[in-house]
Design a protein around this ligand. Structure first.
Ligand code: BDR
Ligand code: CA
Length: 311
């Protein structure tokens, strides 16, 4: 199994990423860290504890990280994820604790203490991961790979060319893609293939457990905002795609490319500039996900919800 740290901003699709990371047999989830993104840090942290409570994930420490990006004010996605960041289901008080409010120190110590290098999966703005690399450059050697959900080979979803996790902290994304750690980008071009259509929702509902019911309610809310804001026929579950890439790499095919982050463009700040056709002659620095095996991806997600339903 691969030791994994999951940095997230739950978030409806982050919630499913937590479930997949905790339950997939190929992964050993060692910690969940939270960052400001879809909602404020107190809300994303509460939401991580809520999901772990309802999913019976009690053996994974939850730690909180940065409340604001490296530069400028925090941007939230209340229009997509609602006032709580996880609108839809009703949650009781969380039963799992917050282990540390020094999430970056916690991740640093864990990486330094680990026998084997660990893989970082990041499904929110990259603030915590950039802060970690800046504060402890030695951990570069301790990270096997950083797989993040963010960016796009084409258009964005928050501005015409920027995806939410990138525009929420472009400086952090710039640090991560140029850190020298092997990086894999799972952008909108691949996560928009992960549509939780009616058949997927019916299969989850048929598991007939309290956790499955919560997942269906989460997908129902997510479907309504995606229909309203972007006219999508079904909601794209972005974040579990990054987890799936680590758990079962063959489900998410990738190409090696040069990726740079636009920091200054008048219209394009936060865009991921992907040199797909190697026209610039600049050294490739990332694997860029291009294709998702929809069938097997949702089978893995369904298995994870089923597995945690029995806890
Ligand atoms: C990303 O932004 C958030 O809305 C989702 O959780 C995902 O990580 C998609 O652009
Ligand atoms: Ca997210």
């Amino acid at each position: 199994t691969r030791p994994v740290l999951l940095d997230c901003d739950p978030g409806h699709d982050d919630a499913l990423a937590i479930i997949l990371a905790a339950a997939h047999p190929a992964l050993d989830l060692r910690a969940i860290s939270t960052v400001a993104g879809n909602q404020t840090l107190p809300k994303t942290t509460l939401n991580a504890r809520r999901i772990c409570t309802v999913a019976g994930i009690e053996d994974v420490p939850i730690v909180s990280g940065r409340a604001a990006p490296l530069r400028g004010p925090a941007l939230v996605a209340e229009d997509v994820h609602g006032e709580s960041g996880l609108d839809g289901p009703a949650f009781g008080p969380p039963q799992v604790p917050l282990t540390s409010t020094d999430g970056i120190g916690y991740l640093r110590d864990m990486l330094r203490a680990s026998q084997a290098p660990m893989t970082v999966v990041a499904t929110g703005p990259l603030t915590n991961i950039a802060a970690l690399l800046l504060s402890a450059p030695d951990v570069v050697e301790r990270i096997e790979e950083i797989v993040f959900m963010g960016g796009s080979t084409a258009e964005g979803n928050t501005t015409p060319y920027a995806e939410f996790n990138m525009i929420a902290d472009p400086e952090a994304a710039d640090i991560v893609v140029h850190s020298g750690v092997p990086v894999t980008m799972c952008g909108l071009n691949v996560t928009h293939q992960a549509l939780a259509d009616d058949r997927v929702c019916a299969e989850i509902a048929a598991l007939n457990s309290p956790l499955a019911g919560i997942c269906v309610e989460l997908l129902g809310f997510f479907a309504s905002t995606y229909r309203q804001l972007w006219g999508f026929p079904a909601p794209p579950v972005h974040d579990p795609v990054a987890v799936a890439r680590v758990a079962e790499p063959e489900l998410v095919s990738c190409e090696l490319s040069r990726v740079d982050i636009e920091l200054t463009g008048s219209y394009t700040r936060g865009a991921t500039v992907v040199d797909r056709f190697a026209r610039t002659g600049r050294e490739p620095n990332a694997r860029v996900a291009t294709h998702l095996d929809h069938e097997r991806f949702f089978a893995a997600l369904l298995d994870a919800i089923r597995e945690l339903s029995t806890r």
